[in-house]
Design a protein around this ligand. Sequence first.
Ligand SMILES: *Cc1c(COP(=O)(O)O)cnc(C)c1O
Length: 349
Amino acid sequence: MITAPPPTRSIQFASDNYSGICPEALDYLLTANAGDVPAYGEDEWTQRATDKFRDIFEIDCEVFFVFNGTAANSLTLASLCQSYHSVICHELAHVETDECGAPEFASNGSKLLLAQGRNGKLDPAHVEQLITKRTDIHYPKPKVISLTQATEVGTLYTVDELVAITARARHYGLRVHMDGARFANALVASGKTPAELTWRAGIDVLCCCGTKNGMGIGEAILFFDKALAEDFAYRCKQAGQLCSKMRFISAPWLGLLETGAWLRNAEHANRMAAYLEQQLRDVPEIKLLFPRQANGVFVQMPQPLIDELYRRGWKFYTFIGTDGARLMCAWNTTVAAIDALMADIRDAV
Ligand SMILES: *Cc1c(COP(=O)(O)O)cnc(C)c1O
């Protein structure tokens, strides 16, 4: 008999990584558990998941699987940089604010240069200014632009906005990394194809959402320019990011991709966030901080209201890049949970 600790009240809006494993990923995980297969990614599940990414992104890319997003981002950035290079990112970027210096650590010191821009998005003009403001040997040479899609504040880059940035990168000989911890949310919201939103728009490498989309563990890294992936497998191994029983990451990934669950999960999370936004708009004490374009709603709430919601057991973050509250929806967020939150909000104000 298994005894489990009591689950956290499922009515939470703290993060899409509070959620469990979605049924499709779990089915494939359990199926992959039958029998023995070769280790270290030499198995058929990993081959099939890799090929499925190539189909879906319409390109013969190199695909790697690692345990989490911090590893995906920091190892990718390290592989695109020498230690004397720099990475331009938004001041609210996860690589800057939430990875404990992992990109700098993995790269032996490549410095992050912080750019500004409205709604969590890089301003191309400010990026260009950072690239060109110094060319002397005393300044770390800009080599990569890192952008997040969907952004840390729940907004989206349009294809035109991506191209405005990637064109400048090309012009000055920089590479472009996309942190796609919520790429599927951006994808379904944009109505574009995976190719249109990445390599056709000039993205060189994508770190692609597994965990927040409905996996238990595991992000995928897609190098659209295969030459950039040279020796990347060694970097993963050295960093402790080569899973020996790789099928337990790659099979759930195949489940997400083959069944279309990755898109359905993202669509559901986005739809729930849209519903939550619509409800919140009716509360005069609450102000929307950013356009709600994916699965997160960012609002300004009076502090006594925040305190009261916490007292009633609600979980959400109030420290992510803004002075407001972040309400995050996931593949398993329910209308009932949103209605219960709204009832408590209306009662408390
Ligand atoms: C969650 C997240 C990541 C990955 O975080 P890990 O905790 O390392 O898996 C990366 N980028 C963004 C924007 C995120 O929200």
